[in-house]
Design a protein around this ligand. Sequence first.
Ligand SMILES: Nc1ncnc2c1ncn2[C@@H]1O[C@H](COP(=O)(O)OP(=O)(O)OP(=O)(O)O)[C@@H](O)[C@H]1O
Length: 223
Amino acid sequence: MISFENVAYSYGGGELLSDMTLRLAPGSFHFLTGPSGAGKSTFLKLCYAELLPTAGHVSLFDREVRSLGRDDVAHMRRRVGVVHQDCQFLDHLPLAANVTLPLTVSQREIDGGDLGDLLAWVGLKHLADALPPSLSGGERQRAALARAIITDPEVILADEPTGNLDWEMSLRLLTLLVELNRMGKTIVVATHDLNLIRQAKAQIAARVLRISNRRLQLAGADL
Ligand SMILES: Nc1ncnc2c1ncn2[C@@H]1O[C@H](COP(=O)(O)OP(=O)(O)OP(=O)(O)O)[C@@H](O)[C@H]1O
């Protein structure tokens, strides 16, 4: 699905990420950990071609990202759903319209029943008409997840999706991600929350990647 071969990334100073080699298999579930500023968000941006590596090769669905034109990137992005750390919304549009925005911009539509099912699945059907500023942190995160999966992507990348949530809401979000993985989606979740990782590992065969000293390591079974 996504592969890195000796990938490095630098924002201009020294290398932030160095010599990373990895293959994310279809249907896998990975957590990505590492200290603040280690480069977790940067890693995810490399995964969806928001950034291009400064050395090495990133392939998305067997295509080298540097060879992709603008249309190819747009097409690839539909196959990758991203839940951003800050999950921004258009505040003047109701939640339902925000969730369907990725379809609207590509001039596609969703059946009203399917949208209702999706909102019900994330527990937000009763808030379909609410404006984003009135939503709680947990509601925003679940809306961001619904928006990320409305295009039925094969891969879901989530950047600190439980960052500001209490434990109960974090578990609720984790359950949704686990269900998506059981449906066959490939998932990568960047998180600081080791308890969340332990909880997930009790339910699914999740692997834990750690960025340490610019390198990618596979964390041991102790987590
Ligand atoms: N656009 C940018 N230009 C220059 N430096 C950047 C840019 N974006 C991020 N950085 C720097 O790169 C480093 C890694 O940032 P990144 O957001 O990838 O880390 P992170 O591991 O996700 O951090 P956190 O856990 O705090 O979210 C940080 O030092 C950050 O300041």
